[in-house]
Write a protein of this length. Structure first.
Length: 505
């Protein structure tokens, strides 16, 4: 077992105890492909009639359209006859660019058809309200951004395919991708700035798009290490999250040891080894041949008739394995990280923030202003994967952000007034980890969600009130009823989390 200060993602991938099934979401294109394949498989000749008269080539297409080309050659004529598709025929008449343009328009038409078909799919479900081409999640008054609608269609289409005639809505409620998208948008609706929801989704879509099942955004930023040797922080935060996201295992079943100056991760099953032994000692009298009774009178053992020996038999003993110094259980160590002295980081710009893995970093939201600028505007900066954009520092960290707390989105960077750093990231993984399909962010921190749900109704109402005071123009209004609906929908995740997480402190 490698015992570096980081356990690399590569190590986790190679060491997976169980094969991890990668479910690739059916892309929207698959609907389009079906349509196109059905056209192609008919193998119909693209033209009804081809004619070269003088130097004018005339072709009548299957749909009755007529194409003509003056100055045509014998080769054009032959090519038209050999053409297998309409596009090949058109290539004889138009330049490559025109043909490409036509193909593009067709693809766009097919996409729109697929979306319309998809929207119908959503309309049939309990969770959505569809008005024309506008889609709402039930109980909310903010329309879903187009890109998010497309993503929902993909997921629903995929789940529907695997569910067959079963209950699709039920299957969706158990689908992590679906639940994550729904939670994500519910949190967005509680953000007083409507444009954040749309911009945030666009930003995620253009970058690595990683969210947790609770609907939080997974992002990166750089920090400055204050303490000289945060090796244990690296080891624990990396291991804890990679056990969850890569192995999909419960960190409760792992223990951290220190051996020969290196940290080591050990599963419960490897704490002891089972050894098989043989013996002829009688198991009842332990080889002594008998017992003294209450009156101190010797009684021969019935099992061995007083001999103390029986026929050779085998038995097993559990022997603890020497893994070195026990540091603690992985989960308990992770939850205790904020209390550890070496877990101290700050920001490079102001050098004032107290940043700790496992503890929320925040600034007063009154001090943040809405802006689409990448730099200069106030707020806590984050990126989806362009790590070089988010300040200097010697250490990259993965942070979770509640969409409700995002104040601005630029091209590659976003700003928020609160984030939770959940792990340090090895330099060589900083640009790749959020693109790695084997690092399943849906499985990341759940306790944060429980904390975020506390007195959420009040926090949401306060957020809207503060924002509307700040600006002259009209704020999108939200009713108390809508807030309650959203909060109760989000609160449903609490029960699921509590069933799974055994240690909540
Ligand atoms: Zn005996």
């Amino acid at each position: 077992m490698s015992t570096n200060k980081f356990l690399s993602l590569g190590w986790f991938k190679e060491t997976a105890e169980n094969a991890i099934a990668n479910v690739v979401a059916n892309k929207l294109e698959s609907i389009m492909e079906e349509e196109e394949i059905s056209l192609k498989t008919h193998n119909v000749k693209p033209c009804l009639r081809i004619q070269l008269s003088n130097d004018i080539l005339t072709v009548v297409l299957n749909d009755g359209n007529i194409l003509t080309k003056p100055g045509a050659t014998e080769i054009d004529f032959q090519n038209a006859g050999k053409a297998k598709t309409e596009d090949e025929v058109k290539a004889i008449f138009y330049s490559a660019e025109v043909v490409a343009d036509i193909a593009k328009i067709k693809a766009e038409e097919a996409r729109i058809r697929a979306i319309q078909k998809g929207i119908q799919l959503l309309a049939d479900l309990d969770d959505f309200i569809v008005e024309g081409n506008t889609v709402y999640l039930k109980g909310t008054s903010r329309s879903l951004p187009q890109l998010l609608v497309e993503r929902f269609i993909e997921v629903v289409n995929n789940v529907k395919y695997y569910t067959g005639f079963g209950d699709v809505q039920k299957a969706l409620n158990e689908n992590d991708d679906y639940v994550a998208l729904k939670n994500f948008f519910m949190w967005c609706c509680l953000n007083p700035r409507a444009e954040v929801a749309h911009e945030l989704y666009r930003f995620l879509d253009e970058n690595s798009f990683r969210i947790t099942k609770q609907g939080f955004v997974v992002a990166l930023r750089n920090v400055v290490t204050l303490h000289g040797s945060p090796e244990l922080v690296h080891f624990i935060s990396n291991t804890y999250n990679k056990v969850k996201a890569t192995w999909k295992k419960n960190p409760d079943h792992y223990t951290v040891f220190l051996q020969d100056g290196e940290y080591k991760l050990v599963h419960d099953d490897k704490l002891t080894i089972v050894e098989e032994r043989t013996s002829t000692d009688c198991p009842d009298c332990e080889g002594t041949g008998g017992f003294y009774d209450y009156d101190d009178i010797w009684l021969d053992c019935d099992t061995c008739n007083g001999s103390g020996e029986v026929e050779e038999y085998t038995y097993t003993v559990e022997i603890p394995v020497d893994h070195g110094q026990r540091i603690g259980g992985l989960t308990e160590l992770y939850l205790d990280l904020p209390n550890r002295e070496e877990n101290r980081f700050t920001d490079d710009w102001t050098k004032t923030f107290d940043i700790r893995i496992g503890q929320v970093t925040s600034m007063p939201k009154e001090d943040c202003n809405w802006s689409t600028q990448d730099c200069a505007a106030a707020g806590l900066h984050f990126t989806a994967d362009q790590i070089h954009y988010v300040g200097c520092g010697d250490q990259s960290v993965i942070v979770l952000i509640n969409p409700m707390k995002v104040v601005g989105i630029g091209q590659h960077k976003g700003r928020c007034f609160e984030y939770l750093p959940i792990m340090t990231v090895p330099r060589e993984e900083a640009t790749s980890i959020l693109h790695d399909g084997m690092f399943d962010t849906l499985q990341l921190d759940e306790e944060y969600a429980i904390r975020e749900l506390e007195s959420l109704t009040e926090k949401a109402k306060e957020g809207f009130a503060t924002e509307s005071k700040k600006y002259e123009f009209n704020m999108p209004s939200i009713s108390a009823k809508e807030i309650n609906t959203i909060v109760s929908t989000l609160s449903e995740m609490k029960a699921t989390i509590k069933n799974r997480v055994t240690t909540i402190k």
